[in-house]
Design a protein around this ligand. Structure first.
Ligand SMILES: NC(=O)c1ccc[n+]([C@@H]2O[C@H](COP(=O)([O-])OP(=O)(O)OC[C@H]3O[C@@H](n4cnc5c(N)ncnc54)[C@H](OP(=O)(O)O)[C@@H]3O)[C@@H](O)[C@H]2O)c1
Length: 280
């Protein structure tokens, strides 16, 4: 009896090579994380990127999460893996992030990829700062030769932001909670990036006239109607009167983070399938 050459498995195989896949691991039920994950999954659907949400319980152990990541690393339909932060306090977040295969690191947090960023070599890049650079370029805001001040030095925003601005040839200053005369330092900025997680902390006296102000902060405050509202790290109204350009919260950097997550996923898929990377 002749072998039957069914087309369907071949079609499935070819289509899976053409369709990038993102796995999002959301541990527990943090309400803000649930909102972020929903917007990421929705963006994948809009773009035709396959996505899968894994929702292990809050009580998951580090070992259980490592096992989930290990499986995702080996799945051929998954090109990008994102572990939504923060993880529950009892989990070793560093171990979980480091377990993600560097080539599937959709968030750009793996130390190998951070090393590539330091060296200025192509690799998945931390989505929020990469999004800030894309936004500045979209609006033709010059970076080269400008004074950039980054307020915040976290591993996921402040540090990679400073490096990316440096690679764009800005002169970069990094500020943090021990910086002395913070408003004076910030007033030197042509481009000020605020990423500290303090609602409306950056007031007009931090801003040089005409400066570009990028507000990365997402702070949830109780609203009058019993719900909550989002505010950034920048006192938008008063700063908008001094700045030359400013990002709103919501509706600014958050959108960029999602876009860059999908860029990282698409690039990872191209690298895995040995296809040329898209020029985005
Ligand atoms: N838009 C997005 O998509 C997106 C993505 C990620 C994060 N975020 C938001 O961005 C903000 C920062 O996030 P993160 O993860 O980087 O926060 P983080 O890990 O808490 O780091 C905060 C940084 O701000 C510094 N800082 C805190 N208070 C300060 C003060 N009073 N003066 C000067 N520096 C101060 C801290 O300094 P020390 O190092 O000295 O403690 C630290 O470096 C949060 O609101 C977060 O929700 C938004």
């Amino acid at each position: 009896m002749a072998q039957i050459l069914h087309g369907m498995p071949v079609q499935t195989e070819i289509l899976s090579r053409l369709t990038p896949g993102l796995a999002v691991v959301l541990v527990g039920h943090d309400p803000a994380s649930e909102i972020y994950v929903r917007s990421k999954i929705k963006a994948c659907a809009e773009l035709g990127i396959f996505s899968e949400q894994l929702s292990p319980p809050e009580s998951s152990t580090t070992a259980e999460l490592l096992a989930i990541i290990g499986e995702l690393n080996h799945r051929s339909d998954i090109d990008g893996i994102l572990v939504q932060m923060p993880l529950p306090k009892h989990v070793d977040a560093r171990a979980v992030l480091e377990a993600v295969a560097p080539g599937k690191d959709a968030d750009g947090f793996h130390p190998v990829n951070v090393g590539y960023l330091v060296a200025g070599r192509p690799a998945p890049r931390s989505c929020t700062p990469a999004g800030v650079i894309a936004l500045l370029k979209y609006y033709d805001i010059a970076i080269e030769g400008r004074q950039a001040v980054v307020l915040g030095r976290s591993d996921i925003v402040g540090k990679p932001m400073a490096l990316m601005l440096l690679h764009e040839n800005a002169t970069v200053t990094i500020c943090h909670s021990r910086t002395v005369n913070l408003p004076d330092v910030c007033r030197r900025a042509d481009i000020l990036v605020a990423a500290i997680g303090r609602p409306a902390f950056v007031t007009a006296d931090f801003i040089a006239s005409g400066a570009t102000v990028i507000d990365v902060g997402i702070n949830r405050l109780p609203a009058a109607d019993g719900k909550s509202r989002l505010v950034g790290d920048v006192a938008f109204k008063e700063v908008a009167e001094v700045a030359g350009a400013i990002t709103p919260v919501p509706g600014g950097v958050g959108q960029m983070t999602v876009a860059c997550l999908l860029v990282n996923t698409l690039r990872a898929a191209c690298a895995i399938h040995k296809l040329p990377a898209p020029g985005v």
